[in-house]
Design a protein around this ligand. Sequence first.
Ligand SMILES: Nc1ncnc2c1ncn2[C@@H]1O[C@H](COP(=O)(O)OP(=O)(O)OP(=O)(O)O)[C@@H](O)[C@H]1O
Ligand SMILES: [Mg+2]
Length: 274
Amino acid sequence: MPQGAGTDGLHEPQFALHVEDLTVSYHTNPVLWDIDLDIPPGVLAAVVGPNGAGKSTLIKAALGLVRPVAGHVRYFGQGYAAARRRIGYVPQRSSVDWDFPTDALDVVTMGLYGKLGWFRRPGRAARARALAALADVGMQDYAARQISQLSGGQQQRVFIARALVQDADIYFLDEPLAGVDATTERTIMALLRRLRDAGKTVIVVHHDLSTVRRYFDWLVMLNVRIIAQGPVSEVYTAENLRRTYGGQVALIEDLPPAPGAEGPTAEGGQDGPR
Ligand SMILES: Nc1ncnc2c1ncn2[C@@H]1O[C@H](COP(=O)(O)OP(=O)(O)OP(=O)(O)O)[C@@H](O)[C@H]1O
Ligand SMILES: [Mg+2]
């Protein structure tokens, strides 16, 4: 029985993220159904599922950006309001208005406002931190560039720099690798691993099933409902992929052979390279 499960008391503090009975509907359509999710601290977690599975909605509901029909969310045992400054978020690129008139350094500096407070102007130290974060993502030469005049992958890196300066304890990144080149992908993954190795919890919506095992140590498989969650080594199985994606999975190259099986099952007819 959790103690002090009231709105202010700690509830499931052992988890970086604890989601309970979460249901979200747009209009009358449930897009997340009765989600129970526990993510331990210090993991690099992928959230996978087909388009429309509710991955972005799950993150938005966790961040209080969409209102659930039911359920609740705890960060390290606390509600969102109390934990807000410990949470970093890089939204899905297609959901951001890239035309707002501001340069890359400003975007990153905004990540510090939670720490500075709204009324203090960022000083020299804040600027230096923001520049260091831009350097971390290889964007130091673009500090003064308008955000709308950066390429998609560059914009993505600036937003990751913004999350970095926040010095959060838990990070949500919604498809940070979508549409970036191989070099940027390596840069971003190295940063995320560094965060994880520093004890942060990193939750990434991810589309490329061929890199799930290489990149992540924790996995959430979602399709309106939670299909499976846990360590990648236990959860990333052909059966769970089928349950998550239906029969449509084409790219499961790095899937380990099922115990006792001598290859892909006859059923399904996926004749990828082997
Ligand atoms: N603002 C909205 N109003 C109505 N329906 C919405 C809204 N946002 C999302 N949806 C619907 O909710 C479902 C889940 O959307 P969501 O964006 O969470 O999916 P996703 O798993 O992130 O997909 P993708 O892989 O394409 O990013 C979809 O069917 C989508 O059409
Ligand atoms: Mg999405």
